[in-house]
Design a protein around this ligand. Structure first.
Ligand code: GLC
Length: 559
């Protein structure tokens, strides 16, 4: 093992810092714009480190900030070892790491290994090279089917709609091979059977680790290994979910795990070892495979992003994920919102059966959004999440209680989902609108120029400057919760107090800590003890005793 220490890290470094961390996801292009081009930048993130410190998070995860033509919000990376000039320079990045470490915050960067941008030098070389060349062997090029090769090599579909294959044309107009892209055509998939691809990502992991990065978020971790045996067989239809025996040709194949074992060896070259969290949209019982200590160490549990506001659903998800994490040796993760899903106050304010895509496609008009219910439930769910053992991943603006911006004009949409589905689905721009910092500056303090996605007028009500001094604001709730959470996260215990099937989800942690959520709509009895924090006002019953209203969470310390 090479001894690589990080000059910028704050000693003494705890190798287990990630197990119970609160990680704040920054979508850099929409966080803070210091150079007035309408796009957030690295210096903008640095300028907000004091805000993040005061919020009480432990780590900051940066969505991609690498050079990119933004065909997919930066998840189309043209160079894995540089900063997009629109966002700054490597010096800006180093300054951010230094400022974060100075404030005691860790930095996690997003790594996108399934595909590069079509602007990446490798893909440009592949385009200029002949079929069968070493340059093409880094990607997945195939001849088309049929006498003229005009039929795609397989039926595989892009996650953004349409075929996952695009055909190349020579400069003289002659059609030639097809290449695979599980996402946009500007995101060609790499061939992870190619040793050069594997080695290059090790170089990238070391590049950022050497710059003081503490961990990595691994994009589409379940997609790297593919069964490319000819003839290419059909993939499992997405509607039916992935088979749990690892037999899909495209996702969650057993071979993927050897790739991450290799990554673990790189992480362990460092002191403390670098951490990682897998984005793997796979069956619950297979998520924890990615989280084994011999692999990435942690994996996102996205189940709460899909759950209704329902006691039984929450309890089942909590119980099973804690159990799986314990089996794998990881700690569990919890996510209510991120840059790919509809913000949770909006989800909870729509009737249970609503398809969020339909709501966004109706410009946020149908069905009607019940904002009061949505925010009340969101605050209750957030407080519950923050009481759980494991890592909580929160998404920028979540701490302000922001709703999805569902009425972005069609001509300003950026998500490739919009064009790839032929304008059927609007995509994810509604949760990526730049953050409102204040109410008096242009762009609500995001920057001096018109932001790259339009901010609605109602953002004024959610600005940091408005919420920071309001004791009942969602920002105040998150700040108080994160301050208290540091005590409760000194252990990974959880004991159920409520019965399965009850509308109340009540568990205790060590030292008399209790978290009680009333998922119902009528008030429930409030357990005795000192109320530490509540997601909404408590009620008093006729006999004068305090009650826990519906759709509310309370933290209590037993007397
Ligand atoms: C992941 C990212 C998403 C991106 C996709 C392709 O799912 O979270 O934003 O579009 O990968 O890179």
């Amino acid at each position: 093992m090479t001894d690589r220490t990080t000059p910028a890290a704050t000693p003494p470094a705890d190798p287990n810092w990630w197990r119970q961390a609160t990680v704040y996801q920054v979508y850099p292009r929409s966080f803070a714009d210091t150079d007035g081009d309408g796009l957030g930048d690295i210096a903008g993130v640095t300028s907000r480190i004091p805000y993040l410190k005061a919020l009480g998070v432990d780590a900051v995860w940066l969505s991609p900030f690498y050079p990119s033509e933004l065909a997919d919000g930066g998840y189309d990376v043209a160079d894995y070892r540089d900063v997009d000039p629109k966002l700054g320079t490597l010096e800006h990045f180093d300054a951010l790491v230094a400022a974060a470490h100075q404030a005691g915050l860790k930095i996690i960067v997003d790594i996108v290994p399934n595909h590069t941008s079509d602007q990446h030098v490798w893909f440009q070389q592949a385009l200029a090279a002949e079929p069968g060349s070493a340059a093409r062997a880094r990607y997945i090029f195939r001849d088309g089917l049929g006498a003229d090769g005009a039929t795609p090599p397989s039926t595989w579909q892009s996650n953004f709609g349409g075929s996952a294959w695009t055909r190349l044309t020579r400069p003289d107009g002659t059609p030639e091979q097809w290449y695979l892209h599980l996402f946009a055509p500007e995101q060609p998939d790499l061939d992870w059977d190619n040793p050069e691809v594997r080695a290059d990502f090790h170089t990238t992991l070391r590049f950022w680790s050497d710059r003081g990065v503490d961990g990595f978020r691994v994009d589409v971790a379940h997609g790297l290994a593919k069964d490319l045996t000819e003839p290419l067989r059909d993939a499992n239809p997405k509607d039916f979910g992935l088979p749990i025996d690892g037999s899909d040709p495209l996702y969650d194949r057993d071979e993927v795990h050897t790739i991450f074992e290799g990554w673990r060896d790189v992480f362990n070259e460092y002191d403390p070892p670098r951490t990682a969290v897998a984005e793997a949209w796979v069956a619950r019982e297979r998520v924890s495979l990615y989280a084994r200590p011999t692999e990435l160490g942690q994996a996102f549990n996205f189940e709460l992003t899909r759950a209704e506001f329902d006691a039984t659903e929450f309890r089942t998800i909590i119980e099973s994920n804690l159990e799986l994490a314990a089996q794998s040796g990881a700690s569990s993760t919890w996510v209510l919102s991120n840059h790919d899903v509809i913000r949770h106050p909006t989800r909870y304010g729509l009737p249970a059966t609503t398809d969020g895509d339909d709501f966004v496609s109706s410009q946020g008009t149908s069905p009607a959004l019940d904002e009061v219910t949505g925010l009340r439930r969101a605050r209750a769910a957030s407080l519950l999440m923050l009481a759980l053992p494991g890592s909580a991943y929160i998404y920028q603006g979540e701490e302000l209680g922001l709703f999805e911006v569902a009425d972005i004009p069609d001509d300003q949409l950026q998500d490739p989902v919009w064009t790839r589905t032929l304008h059927e689905r609007k995509g994810r721009d509604g949760c990526r609108v730049p953050i409102p910092w204040d109410t008096t500056s242009p762009a609500f303090g995001f920057g001096t120029h018109e932001p790259h996605l339009p901010q609605p007028a109602w953002f004024a009500d959610f600005a940091v400057s408005v919420e920071q001094d309001a004791p009942d604001s969602t920002l105040s709730l998150y700040r108080a919760a994160l301050a208290l959470r540091h005590d409760v996260q000194s252990g990974e215990d959880l004991h159920w107090v409520s019965e399965v099937g009850s509308p109340v989800v009540h568990f205790s942690r060590h030292d008399g800590w209790h978290s009680v959520t009333n998922f119902g709509t009528s008030p429930a009895a409030l357990p005795s003890g000192t109320v530490l924090l509540a997601s909404g006002p408590l009620e008093t019953s006729v006999d004068g005793s305090a009650m826990l209203p519906g759709e509310t969470t309370v933290w209590i310390r037993a007397d």
